[in-house]
Design a protein around this ligand. Structure first.
Ligand code: ZN
Length: 367
């Protein structure tokens, strides 16, 4: 008898129910400090192949529906920073950064490398017989960054960033210098010496423009916090975004009065979760680092999720209600908040309030 009285579920379009926001998000304020929306995937392009129409506006709307009010488009090199800046002009709620990501640390030397290799060829043919030892020492010199040509190239690149900042019509759009730092998990993009060479000049830019630092650190065995410590007097404040380090590094960063950005990658393992539990409430920021770092079912954080999104693979994606499995979006900020609030033992509202206030304070923004 009971079953007859109950309305049949399928008549209620269960798909729509699941994808629509599951609560009132109008009071929620989230600031995604790592929305890489200049990425090709928001133009519908995946590894060089166009699979759907650009859907940036839809991605923003979906994020707004889930309480994301402001967005920081982090940049990794000059061309990327130009894209991020142009995107940031589309709304007063959009902002950007400018700097060289550790995985892009080879960027300032790209032209010189090409020229250098052709010069090397000429040199080695002209002094072919005794060129070996010279080549080795030159390579070593170049690798360590003591090669004057290399230093000159880096200096030129950093000056270009300085000029972009100084001449910008909307300098207020640039919230920080970065993203920059060290990444020892991905030497295939830039070796350690190149990263170590490119990171420190960013602090001088922050000093000159009185901007916070937007930092990245991966498996750096203390090198990252050492360099930050040496330069801490040069910049007002900063955030280490996408934090995946251990408790020791966290302690050092907090002692330097830095903020810590948490996304799905910061919440993969039980060890990660234990570190996040130790972040002081007045130092925490939330982010997605989209299109990367979504929370997956295999992650330690998955058991804390309340909100779920329906997703389809990139080839089936239709720019509609269902999300795309092959890229993260800022709307998943709510999932990060759900996990982190439970780890800290506070309500989602309290966490989101603190993260919002911390973010405005650090980037020197008004509501
Ligand atoms: Zn990063």
């Amino acid at each position: 008898m009971q079953t007859k009285k109950q309305p049949k579920q399928p008549q209620k379009k269960p798909e729509e129910q699941k994808t629509a926001p599951q609560r009132d998000y109008s009071q929620i304020k989230l600031f995604d400090i790592a929305a890489n929306l200049s990425d090709d995937r928001y133009k519908g392009v995946y590894y060089g192949t166009k699979l759907h129409e650009p859907d940036f506006d839809l991605v923003i709307k979906r994020a707004n529906d889930y309480g994301v009010r402001k967005f920081l488009f982090a940049a990794g090199y000059i061309e990327d920073a130009k894209d991020s800046y142009n995107l940031s002009l589309k709304s007063e709620d959009f902002y950007c950064t400018i700097g060289v990501h550790p995985c892009r640390a080879a960027e300032p030397f790209k032209d010189s490398n090409e020229k250098q290799s052709s010069n090397d060829e000429e040199t080695s043919t002209s002094i072919h017989n005794n060129s070996n030892s010279n080549d080795e020492s030159h390579e070593e010199e170049e690798r360590k960054g003591s090669d004057p040509l290399r230093l000159e190239k880096l200096d030129l690149y950093m000056k270009k960033i300085d000029e972009i900042l100084s001449s910008s019509e909307r300098k207020d759009k640039y919230l920080a210098i970065g993203e920059c730092g060290l990444d020892y998990d991905r030497f295939e993009y830039a070796d350690k010496d190149t990263q170590m060479l490119v990171f420190p000049p960013h602090f001088d830019l922050a000093q000159k423009h009185n901007l916070p630092m937007y930092l990245h650190s991966r498996s750096t065995q203390g090198d990252f916090s050492q360099i930050v410590k040496e330069n801490r007097h040069k910049f007002p404040t900063g955030v280490v975004h996408s934090y995946t380090g251990d408790l020791q590094e966290l302690k050092e960063l907090i002692e330097m009065d830095l903020y810590i950005g948490i996304n799905g990658c910061s919440l993969k393992t039980e060890e990660n979760l234990e570190v996040v539990r130790q972040i002081p409430l007045d130092k925490i920021m939330l982010e997605t680092d989209c299109p990367y770092c979504d929370i997956r079912n295999s992650h330690a954080s998955a058991k804390y999720l309340k909100t779920t999104f329906q997703k389809v693979t990139k080839d089936k994606y239709k720019c509609g209600e269902k999300m795309n499995k092959d890229r993260n979006e800022p709307c998943s900020m709510i999932q990060v908040a759900e996990v982190v609030s439970q780890l800290l033992g506070i309500s989602e509202e309290e966490l989101m309030h603190h993260a919002w206030q911390n973010t405005l304070k650090m980037f020197n923004l008004k509501e």
